[in-house]
Design a protein around this ligand. Structure first.
Ligand code: GAL
Length: 673
């Protein structure tokens, strides 16, 4: 049994609850908290996330009395604790004693006190104090009966440009390159005469007066992720050294660029996501779906934890819209549908003061007699009905490549044909038609096994290493379908242009050589004609592409590239490659993607279901659970079912057609055929 299996058994299926910050409240409130938690069906809370200053008010002077009392109280009420190490919020005394722990920002200014995450992850002083408080907590609570999980720190992310960071960066570089000649070669330091002759000459990049060396910048991104990961591992190992059977994790963020979550995931028992889809954005549930698929994929399809979301509005944007009635429930079911094993919130009780005093909570300022709390109680009831889905997952035939190295290369290293690429927008452009048509999708990093997939989607993989490129080539050779968009396979893992013409890594794969990349002027629109006569437009980018073994699925119908291929098909080994050399208008883009998927023999989960209904499935050897979620606030939906089952939310048998009211949902359990 894994640690997460044990956790699931302990909470009786799905975890439900949120961040609990009792240190902000008088102890008289704690009793009311647990009473209302029980009423809401809360079974798990994340405790002490930012409580360092309350636990260690002076250096080496610890106050655990209040936490003892809260841990006991929660345990007595059957509520499990995901106990946090409080190291995301170093106390002010620490920053006064050692101002060098403050991260220096890229502009040379210290981050300062008054927020959180004010530490340089490479600082030995910070790491030392973090280890001490972690050890104290582990000593005291490892065997407390309430302890169910360790929540290490919070949302790792600071980038620092301190002296300590440079020292750690050098150590990291030495380990990676071994000697300076190799480093100089990797960073192409002969360009602009940047050759290093001593390790001590190397510093983390600050804001340069001109462009930064792109390979140095790329390594700095990798290093920052690794330096943060070192902090996580150090704390994880401390708590593990006291007790080995409690799961340990930290909480990640949606589309977060500063940490390579593929590298982090193996170091955790479960990956956990904090996500705040903006209710003002009508499509935020689609990018949420992609993030949920990513999180399920991060640990090879294992269920993940939804660690934080908002019960209603957040408070960090200019305009903070409420989640309208029913949307919090629907968003929670959406996470569960894509293999989350928890629904947790930031936070349990709304704070009266502090930066996030208007951030919604399970228990809002208006108290238990409120819309939000009523919805929280209702959802708590449903979480119990959905307990059978815990531990189940899904597997898809389509994989989308999502890779931090590629992201950093494209967005962080400048000096490329255009500097306004958005990797996540590009990924979403590729994912959305699949989501709208109910195709299940997994997410893969460069270089991972592609066994079992029929289609691989490669959005703008500008930077990819040799092994990653080779995997994609093998996949196609062995019969897979690759859908790839422009500016892929251009540079190696050192950010050096691959030789032998663009796109160096994929020239044979796409069956074409690109002479030049032709980014478009603003407002330039090109006519494109498909082989079957359909016409479309494209913008933003064109490859000046010369077919080798490939054939044109579409050509430019005007401009200097008239008659040249805009979409290429290449039969490659036993497989097929569809390459998009320009940014097609959305409907034409969608058709290219969906035609390629259909031609590869992949079928959607359900057909003839409108796109405002999200369909997904998770299951195990015995059962599958089909989630149907109507995201429309106005439209009803009828969903034809292929087989009958039981709707876990109502306990009724459903067959034929399921009717969903606006924002309605069904979770249909069926035995595996
Ligand atoms: C998360 C964070 C929480 C809270 C929440 C709402 O990023 O972990 O502590 O700040 O956002 O803004």
């Amino acid at each position: 049994m894994t640690r997460m299996d044990a956790f699931r058994n302990r909470v009786g299926g799905l975890a439900y609850g949120g961040d609990y910050n009792p240190e902000q409240w008088d102890p008289s409130v704690w009793r009311e908290d647990v009473r209302l938690m029980r009423e809401a069906g809360v079974n798990t809370v994340s405790l002490g996330v930012f409580a360092w200053a309350s636990l260690e008010p002076e250096p080496g002077k610890f106050e655990f009395g209040w936490l003892d009392e809260v841990m006991d109280l929660l345990h007595d009420n059957g509520i499990h604790v995901n106990l946090a190490t409080p190291t995301a919020a170093p106390p002010v005394w620490l920053t006064h004693l050692h101002p060098e722990v403050f991260p220096i920002m890229a502009d040379g200014q210290p981050f300062g006190f008054g927020n959180r995450l004010h530490y340089d992850p490479s600082s030995p002083i910070y790491r030392d104090y973090a280890a001490k408080i972690t050890t104290k907590l582990a000593e005291r609570y490892s065997f407390h009966p309430a302890l169910a999980m360790w929540h290490i720190s919070n949302e790792y992310g600071p980038t620092a440009h301190n002296e300590a960071s440079s020292v750690n960066f050098r150590r990291w570089l030495r380990r990676k390159y071994g000697d300076l000649d190799t480093l100089n070669e990797a960073w192409t330091t002969r360009f602009w005469g940047q050759i290093y002759t001593d390790w001590d000459q190397i510093e983390v990049p600050n804001i340069p007066r001109t462009w930064m060396n792109p390979s140095r910048r790329l390594d700095f991104k990798r290093f920052t992720s690794d330096a943060l990961l070192e902090c996580y591992i150090a704390e994880r190992d401390i708590v593990r050294s006291f007790r080995d059977d409690i799961p340990v994790m930290t909480n990640f963020m949606r589309f977060y660029r500063n940490a390579d979550y593929w590298k982090w995931a193996p170091e955790e028992d479960a990956v956990a996501l904090d996500i705040y889809p903006n209710p003002a954005d009508a499509d935020s549930h689609v990018s949420a779906a992609f993030n949920y698929d990513l999180f399920r994929s991060l640990k090879g399809g294992r269920p993940w934890m939804l660690m934080e979301q908002a019960a209603s509005a957040v408070s960090q944007w200019k305009l903070n819209i409420v989640k309208e009635p029913g949307r919090m429930r629907l968003g929670s079911l959406q996470a569960l549908s894509r293999a989350a094993d928890s629904v947790m919130f930031f936070q349990w009780r709304a704070s009266r003061g502090g930066q996030e005093r208007f951030h919604s909570a399970m228990l809002p300022h208006s108290g238990p007699d409120s819309r939000t709390f009523r919805e929280i109680i209702d959802l708590g009831r449903e979480m119990k009905l959905l307990a059978p889905v815990a531990g189940t997952t899904s597997r898809s035939e389509i994989a989308v490549l999502f890779d931090w190295d590629g992201w950093w290369g494209l967005e962080e290293t400048f000096g490329i044909p255009r500097s306004d690429f958005s990797y996540t927008d590009t990924v979403m452009r590729h994912y959305t038609p699949l989501w709208e048509r109910h195709y299940p999708v997994d997410v893969v990093p460069a270089g991972s096994s592609l066994d079992g997939y029929k289609v691989l989607v490669v959005p703008n993989a500008y930077l990819i290493d040799d092994a990653g490129a080779e995997r994609i080539i093998e996949f196609a050779r062995d019969g897979g379908t690759v859908i790839m968009s422009f500016f892929s396979g251009v540079v190696d893992d050192r950010n050096r242009v691959r030789p032998d013409g663009y796109p160096g890594a994929f020239r044979r794969l796409i069956g074409a050589k690109i002479d030049e990349y032709w980014p478009a002027r603003p407002h330039e629109v090109f006519a494109v004609e498909f082989a079957d006569g359909r016409r479309a437009t494209s913008t933003w980018w064109r490859d000046d592409l010369h077919l080798e073994t490939g054939t044109a699925l579409a050509t430019y119908a005007d401009g200097l590239l008239e008659g040249r291929a805009a979409v290429v098909e290449n039969r490659f080994g036993a497989g097929r490659v569809v390459y998009l050399a320009t940014l097609l208008e959305q409907s034409a883009f969608d058709s290219v993607v969906l035609d390629a998927v259909a031609a590869a023999g992949v079928r959607p989960l359900l057909q003839d279901v409108p796109s405002h209904v999200e369909c997904s499935v998770r299951g195990d050897a015995a059962h599958e659970y089909l989630f149907l979620l109507n995201h429309s606030g106005e439209l009803n939906a009828s969903v034809p079912l292929e087989a009958e089952g039981t709707d876990l939310l109502t306990g009724t048998t459903v067959s034929g057609t399921v009717e969903l009211a606006p924002l309605g949902a069904a979770v249909i359990q069926r035995p595996r055929a």
